[in-house]
Design a protein around this ligand. Sequence first.
Ligand code: GSH
Length: 323
Amino acid sequence: MPDSHTRADLPKAVLYSWPVSVWCSVPRLALVEKGYGSEEIIIKAVDISKGDQFSTAFLRLNPHGTVPTLVVPLERSLGPDEESQFRALRDSVTITDFIDSSRSPLSKTNTTSSAPAPSLSPATIEGSNISKAIISLLHDSKGADPNFLKRSARTPAELQAGKAVNTALFANRQEAIEASLSEQPEGVTSKLRTFLEGRSESNKVSLDIWSKGAESVHAKEFMESSKTLWEVTLPDTFKKLDELIIGPFCLGDQLSVADLHLAAWLARAVSVCGGTAKAEDVEKVEEKIGLQEFKIGQKVKMFWAAMIVRPSFKAVYPGGVLH
Ligand SMILES: N[C@@H](CCC(=O)N[C@@H](CS)C(=O)NCC(=O)O)C(=O)O
């Protein structure tokens, strides 16, 4: 191979991410667990609070307009006419699996440690089934969506408490969606325009709810679905998790990808309830759910205590501040 084609010359993978995004935390935890060096991957910020995910440039990479998104160069040829093409991975499950499989147990880490990278994929069929069940439970669109947990309100008082932050958030997003829509040719139907119009409609509803509070025509339905989220879906998810987790980690002693999804999801739940990265703070979720009969199970508690002390967790949640 000519000198000009050393590995250092190859384009790097780019992780489009936002520091306080729940699902971006999963590949970020994986990068630390696998021992990737900070120079091996470029992390680019997509400010989802300002609506950067709706820019036409980002939507070309990920038409769903979500982070994380990982763009990986594909080596086409090693000759002098070497041409790299790119592939975009568009959700945290695929991205985290890719980060895991791109570094085998035999690879030595570049900078952060000289230990072999551990495999995070389940080693047995039973493990794989548990892992799939946990990951689909946490990512279920009808489940306890961690982003809905952050922006839900069961009562007019909760709507009032979130008013300033969420009105600014959805107003920024509306502006970004409309800026991208204005770049689209008038009257020409395209997937991009249809996507942006759909987002504009749902975003307007959120803006109306948070800016008008209990006066919004959508407020009653929103508070009811928030109540279902907190009092039915969330307790049910915790119960299922406690049944699925082997302990202390999802599949036993060995850390796996499911743990990274669970860590990010649980960190969000604890943070929404005012907790930080302390073992006892998981109980704050119990208090906020506020149902006499609901208790967080022992397996979930054990998992949380084991996860928060890991260097990967400390790197993604510096100072124990959760998001
Ligand atoms: N299933 C996707 C969900 C990604 C997702 O919802 N990301 C959020 C941040 S955690 C996002 O980009 N939100 C921006 C928006 O919905 O406009 C995954 O696992 O990556």
